[in-house]
Write a protein that binds this ligand. Sequence first.
Ligand SMILES: [Fe+2]
Length: 396
Amino acid sequence: MSTPSFRNATALELAAAFDEARSHTLTLFDCFAGAGFDVPDKVPRLAHLSPPLWELGHIAWFAELFVLRGAASSNPTDAVRASLLTKGDEWFDPNAASHSARWEAGLPAAGKLKTYCREVKERVQDKLEHVGNDDAALYPFRLALAHEYLHGEELANTLQSLGVILPPQLAQRSIPPWSLGEIRFPGGTLQLGAARGEGFVFDNEQWAHPVYVPAFTMDSTLVSNAQYAEFVADGGYENPRYWSAAGRAWLMAQDCAAPRGWTRSSSGWLCERFGLHIAVNGQEPVRHVNLFEAQAYCVWAGRRLPSEGEWEFAVTNGHAALRWGDLWEWTCTPFEPYPGFEAGPWRDYSVPAFATHQVLRGASFATPERMRWPKFRGFALPDRSQMFVGFRTCAY
Ligand SMILES: [Fe+2]
């Protein structure tokens, strides 16, 4: 039986899920510690990551803010109570601690932050013993859990970015080879977004609204390394005809002619996978490509990316051959609010990303089971590829 979603989890299930999530977070943190990256000074200052020590403190700070400090929003001035840490807000509020400050903040050592994490988690679990089992009462708990899941995946991305070996429980979830194929969908009207009364929802999923999707054809699987390598071999990165204006601008600022982490060897392409250089497996989906690369491949192949409506239509209508959830997938849809959007209590989640980010759909091998949902909207800047992301193509 599959693990139930966190969105409908009861108080009892949430208490257990916090234990699982925290043990996962600490396992990831210990991987960084093993490589010397538990000290911020030793972590390269890359734009798309934060020092793991900061992530650890921030995860607990967020749960403390919403569950224990009774904050009505992610702004700590909305909290009713102070943090257990004297400088909790200064260190771990992402608005107070700018990206570069996360290396400078003089954060407490790992041992102290682990104690803080444990203290917050135990108090959260104590509170769960006395809370009602309704969506409103469980909202802050579910939000804090989802936030830890999202940061857990970010930490797994950071393992890849820093070349740290993956812990065994994630390594086991490697991606089996795929068979290629296409599925024809008849199209129709889809209720895009989350319906009311379905448990926890993120603000950007609110609310379900009818969207007409014309008939379309979609790949049953993601574009494979072998397919993408043909594009590379055909001079895909040298031919401006395949690239959008923004894609060409990105390409000119890079020195790349293949996906992130690919290098040529005498026996073929190698890729970097959690610190190891391994032969590119032609059958696996291509990963770590940005939106521009995905779009350029589509132009070259005479295909296009699916819209998020098509993606949700395909996945919610179900088809035995349709496979998703191994890597996030680029769509052709810019990240925008649904009609009637109202910002949720986590103010920094969706609103700052609208209009600049692109919708990602699906999940990845590093996404916890409880987090997977066909209506979940991921989002990322078009030039980012450090996430576990790939794409599939479509045609009319
Ligand atoms: Fe966060």
